[in-house]
Design a protein around this ligand. Sequence first.
Ligand code: G6P
Length: 612
Amino acid sequence: MCGIVGFAGKTDAVSVLLDGLEKLEYRGYDSAGVAVVSQDGRLQIKKSKGRLAVLREQLSKSEPIEGNIGISHTRWATHGEPNDINAHPHTGENGKIAVVHNGIIENYLEIKQFLINEGVTFYSDTDTEVIAQLLDYYYKQNSDITECVYKVLNRIRGAYALGIICSDCPDKLIAARKDAPLLIGYGENSNFIASDVTALLAYTRTVSYMDDNEVAVITPDSVTVYDADKNVIEKEKHTVEWDVSAAEKGGYRHFMLKEITEQPEAIAKTVNPRMKDGRICFEELAENPDFLKDVSKIYIIACGSAYHVGMVGKYTLEKLLKIPTEACLASEFRYCDPLVDENTLAIVISQSGETLDSMAAMREAKKRGAKVISLVNVIGSSIARESDIVLYTWAGPEIAVATTKAYSTQLVLLTMFAVYYSDILGIITESEYVSFMRELELLPSKVSEILKDTEKYQEAAARFFNHDSVFFIGRNLDYALGLEGSLKLKEISYIHSESYAAGELKHGTISLIEPGTLVVSLATYAPLIEKTASNVVEVQSRGAEVLTIATQSNAEKLKTKKENSFTVPDTDPLLQPNLGVIPLQLFAYYVALNRGCDIDKPRNLAKSVTVE
Ligand code: G6P
């Protein structure tokens, strides 16, 4: 989704801005642009449809644009098709002010009409141009740019992260935020804004996160943040621990493969700090012993792969806590008039911590009285800050759009939470607990074991990459896992795929099975292996090609060709999805590779979806 980088310094802004935008490319975008103010007060803008490379080429071919203050943007089109004109930055009629914007202005048509009536001519189809033109309109009446920004903010409705520069203020960058992420970076003789911390890692690790309705005035030597009433506020500064190399490919062909390979380490980072003397320890919860009291209902709220973690969690939490648990798509939950009260626990799962639907659903749950725990990867993100308790996954930056290590760490963290809570409730037995802990400790090495031999996935991918439809089947935890396997495949390879609860097959889907159809059967959930085995026979007898993912102890029960049979080590049943997902990720990756897809940046998708 859209990315913002802004710079106020004493050196060339363009190179910093382009470098920052490059780090945000992974978010998904269709056009890019940059604007700088030169020392002699000229506003210069370059923008173009397509990848950043196109913008770089344009910049190299034309008169260089120079300045020490600037803003830049990668756009993921919402209002108006992706083209040079709709790309950001946008300006007002007198060409003095430039604006970059993430989010959506809901009342833009109404303001646009007002400005048209005032004689303003619009050049783009975007909602963002309305902000630039409205700023321009107020600036003609009062040349205090910060004042004008406040006037605009009072008039617009919707979500925004804004970066603004004005040619009359060649040392000033203004930022504002509401419901869209924006952070400030503090450097030496330079300060920054960015929608995502990865854009700034090469320049600074000291950041503060802007909150809703705040406005920041940034110069090379100072940062002043104001609240909605123009009072100066002190922002807390945070040190970002992620290192630069974590956000770089490090010799791998794709970020996705790098991140798949990083999973043993990422899981260890999530798990190890929370294991103390053979027990699970959540300091965040230990400090609030009453927090988990009297919970009578649990909603797990998330989008995409994080929702699939929630689906696994539904089975795990109900089994371990005996508390009714529902996994909900955030986009549905927020509008379904959910039955929430003060005995409801909402667990919000989000890698980015910025997914708009997840955030809105969380606010809805909170408003109705729920206690909220979030499982988040990005430190200091909005969901992390707004939840009552945050459990971080500590997976490090995830760059590929299709999540892998974030999914795995969310999964293990949620399972650990379930076991921890079950222990508090006195439900899990001591021997079950001890056996879980033993397997938890071994989990990273078991994941490594699967990753040692990727050749068989490459071979299978080479055999199946031409299929145009794939079905995933499984039961219970394997059903939840199949949802993720299917999503991974369709996201990056563009093959149509669906995941079904295996028992549901004969209620419709089986009619789609014909000779040669590929069915991926998940058989890692021991208690239901026999049932899954009969579903495999059902599709095989209708000519399907079956590829199975089973535990070593169950593999023989499924009569599939040797070359189509992948095994994963046995572990505690609660942790089995953490192993089962690895072959699914590798298979999807190699299929997409065979099809020549843009694996890290699949078409139309964005890493962090900050619009509804
Ligand atoms: C996007 C990403 C998915 C991710 C989902 C939720 O659709 O492409 O990989 O699972 O958003 O994102 P979140 O940051 O909330 O986990």
